[in-house]
Write a protein that binds this ligand. Structure first.
Ligand SMILES: O=C(O)CCC(=O)C(=O)O
Length: 311
């Protein structure tokens, strides 16, 4: 298996001069501004520019109840079309220039979206007012081709309490373009979800239970989905569609969560967004960290390692 991975890496990896070029461009804010003039790099969350609707008190209450009962929540669209179009164009321009989607985090907007007061207030209510953002940011660009898919079934950390994931569809996420599926909590025995990742086999009745409990979550662009770290979920496989599925994902942690020291200096989630240099490190770290879900990222591993260890 090691040989197969090594072989794939050798085949896919960028050559040394390409790595140097990617790293040089990545470190140059002027390069990014030129690639996506509709997005900004300033280091200050410009919430005026985001112009999101506030999450209403009723929507917040429903979300908290749903998270408590089913382990996930869903908020109807709050982000404006102008912002979503700018992000979509941004990720498509990245792809055209051969950058993977997580490089969208060089720009302010995908950070500022998470600092709107009503979203902070929601996560405060879930995790407490000293919650922080984990470094596990990701962006998905599922091309509109049959077979394109999101991340395979997993839990974000079945033994890790005090954490919640948030997922932001930039385009409508549909049954055809790879929307999220989730197995709501308490619908299947804990024994089935515990050790899910380590189980080599499942019995037929177990599989039937899992499949039967699964729930598709198609959502409009600008909505927010969230789930706890114990629910089984996945990004499904696309069928016939003309619309890419583009989405952003992140995770938050409570100040008093168990094993918070494992989480490698979580970020301020209330008043600031990371500086440009830190964004590059986070992108590099994420590309190195998620090869199981994203084997194609092996191509960018050397670039990511430079960015991650650049300071
Ligand atoms: O967007 C996807 O396909 C999967 C997202 C996900 O599972 C996660 O962020 O944990």
């Amino acid at each position: 298996m090691k040989d197969v991975t090594a072989g794939m890496m050798a085949m896919m990896s960028l050559g040394a001069s390409d790595v140097r070029r990617f790293v040089r461009n990545a470190r140059n804010p002027a390069y990014w501004r030129k690639l996506n003039p509709q997005l900004s790099i300033s280091g200050k969350p410009d919430l005026e520019k985001i112009q999101a609707k506030a999450i209403s008190a009723a929507a917040k209450r429903t979300a908290l109840e749903k998270l408590d009962s089913d382990g996930y929540f869903q908020i109807d669209p709050v982000y404006p079309g102008r912002l979503l179009n700018a992000l979509r164009e941004g990720i498509e321009n990245l792809a055209r220039a051969n950058w993977p989607a997580p490089f969208i985090y060089v720009y302010d907007e995908p950070w500022a979206m998470k600092r709107i007061p009503s979203f902070i207030d929601l996560i405060d209510a879930i995790l407490g007012p000293s919650h922080r953002e984990l470094q596990n940011v990701w962006a998905h660009f599922l091309r509109p081709v049959p077979g394109a898919h999101g991340w395979q079934p997993h839990m974000d950390g079945p033994t890790l309490g005090g954490r919640v994931s948030a997922w932001f569809p930039v385009t409508d996420a549909t049954l055809e373009n790879g929307c999220i599926y989730i197995v709501p909590q308490n619908r299947i025995p804990d024994s089935l979800t515990e050790n899910f990742a380590r189980r080599a086999t499942f019995r037929q009745p177990e599989l039937q239970l899992l499949m039967h409990a699964a729930r598709a979550l198609p959502v409009k662009a600008g909505s927010i989905l969230g789930w706890n770290f114990k629910v089984l979920h996945w990004g499904s496989v696309a069928g016939q569609t003309r619309q890419p599925r583009i989405s952003l994902a992140t995770e938050f942690v409570a100040a008093d969560a168990p094993n918070v020291d494992l989480d490698n200096a979580p970020l301020d989630a209330h008043t600031s967004i990371p500086e440009f240099d830190v964004r590059l490190e986070l992108i590099g770290r994420a590309i190195v960290a998620f090869p199981t879900f994203e084997p194609m990222m092996l191509r960018y591993r050397a670039v990511a390692q430079h960015l991650w260890h650049s300071r």
